[in-house]
Design a binder for this molecule. Sequence first.
Ligand SMILES: [Zn+2]
Length: 188
Amino acid sequence: MPYIREIIKDGHPTLRKVAKKVDLRELNDPMFQQLIDDMFETMYHAPGIGLAAPQVNVSKRLFVVDLDDEEGHGPYVVVNPKFTTIEGEIDSIEGCLSVPGMIGDLKRHERVVCSGFDRDGKKIELVGTGLFGRCLQHEMDHLDGILYTDKAQNIRAAVTDEEKAALAEVEAEGAALERNAEVATASA
Ligand SMILES: [Zn+2]
């Protein structure tokens, strides 16, 4: 049974380490499969749309993402992810489960292609644009000991009801505000 792990917060040394590459033989270890299940459980419970292993104090190169949208952006687990393509630049508003209650503005690449392995060791490739692309970049940064706050400007507490709702909804690993804005537009 998967269980909810503690999400460590900014200031914890594990968040600042460059995570270790996963030896693919580890995928045969039930404890590693348990880690993946626990990461999904922890992400959904938070709630969030992405979670990297260092955030549950495991310094290994894997993350989980699930936008739970109609385009089928997840659920995915990516082991030993690597960007094979990075293109363009876009504005992003992000928050992080390891920096609760805060948001900030930063630049991200517009499109990334991420290759890696799934939980069975099969090669996978994900093409990320928009929120999904930004989420992949946010999670990849965690594997290199980088927090979005290192790159962001105007880091601020999510104070407006709209911002708080956005954080509560998907805990903006990516850009919850954008999704919130879409909802607002749709209902206007
Ligand atoms: Zn994060």
